[in-house]
Design a protein around this ligand. Structure first.
Ligand SMILES: *Cc1c(COP(=O)(O)O)cnc(C)c1O
Length: 473
């Protein structure tokens, strides 16, 4: 493809994207294909001869599009969103065009310095104390792993980096039973062992009980196990419960334990001063993570990771092969030493585009709108006789279930809700997912999509209610 052809095809692709967004409500939100449907349409062998771009675009429409679940559909209420926005898409275009590999400062000074600046902007705008320094990671899972590895090395004087784990005292990590699976994954990868992850019980709001945490820590110390790290959630994945960050922070301080806060989804709400009460005590944390690639209009991937002791972080991940040494090393951020990968994408650009295009006021307005839409839906669900709210709504995730009068058997109710979820999703008109709360099947309705309007929420709710009514009969 030469530059002239690129120019023509780029225009076609842009036209395609514009049409896609114009008609996005026409697509089934959740892809309706069956396993193998796409694979069987793809030739077993790679093409030996060059193909025209027209053919690629045609097959993209014909083969690929039916197998896409539309995360940018305004009626996507599943999981947590992975939002994008037009400024983010344009930023990503340019990132792909430059295709810089931003491992160290000299491999693109602007990438390193823009990353430093936008991470500082987000720190200030979300009310994190100035002791925190930010760096972009690919995902919250990686950020949590990076945090636990830094904790491990700092606690052992960097000896595991040097000599490995053998002969080491056992260590333990703590999170609540509602914590994200990425914490268990990190504990496994970091060599702590998942049997040394203590899952602390939660209260009626699904938040960690600090007294139970302290008991578990004391028990480990008595057994000769070293408490390494506590991971608290600011917004669990199941129900967006918020652990008592201050009480947990005080326990971490008392026992000198590394403290990581996982605010992957709800961290974006900290842009709103009226939501900051949820992060009370976050100043105790050693590290803090949230995902602009969830709710902050910036397409996947882009995770904001904050660390207080950046020297410890760098000391944990630093490498110094001769071919990567540069004269500026003492004066600049070489982000290859701030995490796991050597090579890094230029992710700060799309985030910069988003923040400047919306302005912090525009972003705040949209977040507030989402929170308000959720309040309105919560009222409708509360007033519906055959439905039950399953958890306190802290932000914009509503956990609820269908519980028709007269049905008492929990298994039957679980089954009805699973059927309701599947039927609703197979309609293609909306997409929700579920979790289990107190072992009860609970539907999750997350209102945070970039382009969601009240009509999307209201019509989806009435569709769900209607389908539920017909399940009964
Ligand atoms: C989504 C989520 C994660 C994982 O995020 P990734 O960026 O996909 O790794 C971790 N923790 C919580 C609380 C989440 O909601």
């Amino acid at each position: 493809m030469n530059l002239d052809k690129f120019s023509a095809h780029a225009a076609e692709v842009i036209d395609w994207i514009v049409e896609y967004y114009r008609n996005i409500r026409e697509y089934p939100v959740k892809s309706q294909v069956k396993p193998g449907d796409i694979l069987k349409q793809l030739p077993e062998h790679a093409p030996a001869e060059a193909e025209e771009f027209q053919m690629l675009l045609r097959d993209f429409e014909k083969i690929i599009m039916p197998g896409i679940t539309h995360w940018q559909h305004p009626r996507f209420f599943a999981y947590f969103p992975a939002n994008t926005s037009f400024p983010s898409i344009l930023g990503e275009f340019l990132t792909a065009a430059l295709a810089s590999q931003c491992m160290i400062w000299q491999t693109s000074p602007a990438a390193a310095e823009l990353e430093e600046r936008v991470m500082q902007w987000l720190r200030v705008e979300t009310g994190l104390p100035k002791e925190f320094t930010g760096v972009i990671q690919d995902t919250a899972s990686t950020a949590t792993l990076v945090s636990i590895l830094t904790a491990r090395e700092k606690a052992t004087g960097w000896s595991i980096n040097d000599d490995g784990m053998s002969g080491m005292t056992k260590m333990a990590v703590y999170c609540s039973v509602e914590a994200h699976s990425s914490i268990e994954k990190a504990v496994k990868i970091a060599g702590i062992g998942k049997n040394n992850l203590r899952k602390i019980p939660v209260d009626e709001k699904f938040a960690m009980i600090p007294g139970e945490l302290e008991n578990a820590i004391t028990k480990d110390i008595l057994a000769g196990i070293k408490p390494l790290c506590v991971v608290a959630a600011l917004g669990t994945t199941g129900s967006t419960a918020v652990d008592p960050l201050r009480a947990i922070g005080e326990i971490c301080r008392k026992f000198k334990i590394w403290y990581h806060i996982d605010a992957a989804f709800a961290g974006t709400a900290m842009l709103l001063p009226e939501m900051r009460h949820f992060m009370d005590g976050a100043e105790y944390a050693d590290t803090y993570v949230f995902n602009p690639h969830k709710w902050l209009l910036t397409n996947f991937d882009c995770t904001a990771y904050y660390v207080k002791d950046k020297e410890a972080l760098i000391k944990t991940f630093e490498i110094m092969p001769e071919y990567l040494k540069t004269p500026e090393d003492q004066k600049v951020n070489n982000y290859r030493d701030w995490g796991i990968q050597l090579g890094r994408r230029f992710r700060a650009l799309k985030l910069w585009f988003v923040i400047r295009s919306y302005g912090t006021n525009g972003i705040r307005e949209l977040i507030r709108k989402h929170l308000l839409l959720a309040q309105r839906l919560l009222k409708l669900i509360n007033n519906a006789p055959d439905f039950e709210i399953m958890a306190t709504m802290n932000f914009n995730t509503i956990c609820f279930r269908y519980k028709p009068a007269g049905i008492k058997d929990e298994q039957v109710i679980d089954g009805l809700n699973a059927e309701l979820e599947n039927t609703v999703n197979n309609s293609g008109k909306m997409f929700i997912t579920h979790t289990k709360l107190n072992n009860k099947y609970s539907l999750r309705f997350v209102i945070a999509q970039t382009n969601v309007e009240w009509q999307d929420v209201e019509e989806s709710w009435y569709l769900l209610k209607d389908i539920a009514g017909r399940l009964k009969g």
